[in-house]
Design a protein around this ligand. Structure first.
Ligand SMILES: [Zn+2]
Length: 394
């Protein structure tokens, strides 16, 4: 084993430099040097390496992925973990898949930037799935805030036999003692405002693992949910790589729906191979969508406050984007529920959306109070409806 980086990684580093110089591109690099902190047991990675590359799987005979075993090709364990998960999923897809030839040379990167984004692109013969560190951190901040309020409600220690954290407990706690949670909410919203302006937040949540208030339910859900939501984003981008040709303009709504559909099948494969992911296979996508809606809402308010949206047409465009995202949230349910596990999935997915919506609603209340008359509730966000969505293809 050498310390030389694989060509696919080396190429990314070179391309990233040029992409950085073009401010219209999605990845805007800033000095985001603090590492993504999700607790990773070293054994997870070595176990995963063994499991993924084990039984002489066809993918690894057809394509060279040995570079993914070498630690020097990754900047964090999280990056390597997601890369290995993507390979684990791809190796399980039948070689008869119409896009099987595209399965080679796919590299996952976490780019260190304060621009909250996920994207995929191809360069020469290489394909890249990128999630930014800001996105990974925002998911963490959102979930941390949710769990912090939940923990203070005392529900985590109640011997109620409850198996999951719940939005109801968070809602009750927020209603009972609103002032108690100002700091938590403010920190989350500050993070959203910072990333809206491509700045690094001043204050991020502390490491979660040893939090004195976090009890069993939280600890059982926190890591899997974070990893599941990150993986879901990566699988969505992998969906674009497999289903679409690369283009530098924005993806249209139909392509987003198709990538969600691909992500739903791929996530199911990932869950089938990993009980930890299986435990969050409905709630992790619910978290990923909720976090994106939360961030978009804050970005919208930031634009109003910064007066970078002044005319009603621009606002209408922003709200149209929100409407389409809400449609994706609802259509996603159809993919999995109709094709695979019907009601169980749908229930867990909706309860996840409901739970996380409590935090979105609390943030809205905070924003309305803070931004005063400059924002209206209608500029913010709606709760997803449980009704089955007529599948959108526009
Ligand atoms: Zn997409």
């Amino acid at each position: 084993m050498t310390n030389v980086k694989a060509p696919i990684v080396d190429h990314y580093d070179k391309v990233a430099f040029y992409r950085d110089s073009d401010s219209s591109r999605l990845t805007r690099f800033t000095d985001e040097s603090r590492t993504v902190t999700v607790n990773f047991d070293e054994n997870w990675i070595s176990d995963l390496k063994r499991r993924v590359f084990n039984d002489n799987r066809r993918l690894f005979r057809d394509f060279d992925y040995n570079w993914a075993l070498e630690d020097q090709n990754f900047s964090t364990p999280m990056e390597q973990y997601i890369q290995l998960k993507l390979l684990d999923v791809l190796a399980d897809v039948s070689p008869d898949h119409p896009n099987y030839l595209k399965f080679g040379n796919i590299c996952f990167r976490i780019s260190n930037t304060a621009n909250m984004n996920a994207e995929s692109f191809t360069s020469e013969s290489y394909k890249y799935v990128c999630v930014t560190s800001a996105y990974v951190k925002y998911i963490k901040e959102f979930l941390y805030t949710f769990f912090e309020i939940y923990a203070k409600s005392g529900a985590d220690n109640a011997s109620s036999g409850r198996k999951r954290t719940s939005g109801q407990a968070v809602y009750d706690e927020l209603s009972r003692r609103p002032l108690e949670h100002e700091t938590s909410l403010a920190r989350l919203i500050h993070t959203g405002f910072s990333y809206s302006r491509y700045k690094i937040p001043l204050d991020l949540a502390p490491p979660v693992w040893n939090h004195p208030l976090f009890g069993e339910h939280i600890k059982a859900e926190y890591g899997p949910l974070i990893i599941g939501a990150d993986l879901f984003l990566a699988l969505h981008e992998l969906g674009h790589i497999l289903e679409h040709t690369f283009k530098s303009t924005r993806r249209n709504h139909r392509e987003e729906i198709e990538a969600d559909r691909a992500a739903s099948s791929l996530f199911l494969i990932a869950s089938a191979r990993d009980p930890v992911l299986a435990s969050v296979h409905a709630r992790a996508p619910a978290l990923a969508f909720s976090v994106l809606r939360h961030f978009n809402m804050i970005r919208r308010v930031a634009k109003i406050v910064d007066k970078s949206i002044s005319d009603p047409d621009q606002m209408a465009g922003e709200l149209e984007e929100e409407r389409l995202l809400l449609q994706r949230v609802q259509v996603y349910r159809n993919f999995v529920a109709d094709n695979f596990m019907a009601r169980d999935f749908a229930d867990a997915y909706w309860s996840g959306l409901d739970d996380f919506f409590v935090l979105i609603a609390a943030s809205q209340v905070w924003l309305l109070r803070w931004a005063g008359q400059r924002t209206k509730l209608s500029d913010l966000i709606k709760r997803p409806s449980r009704a089955k969505h007529p599948e959108a293809t526009r």
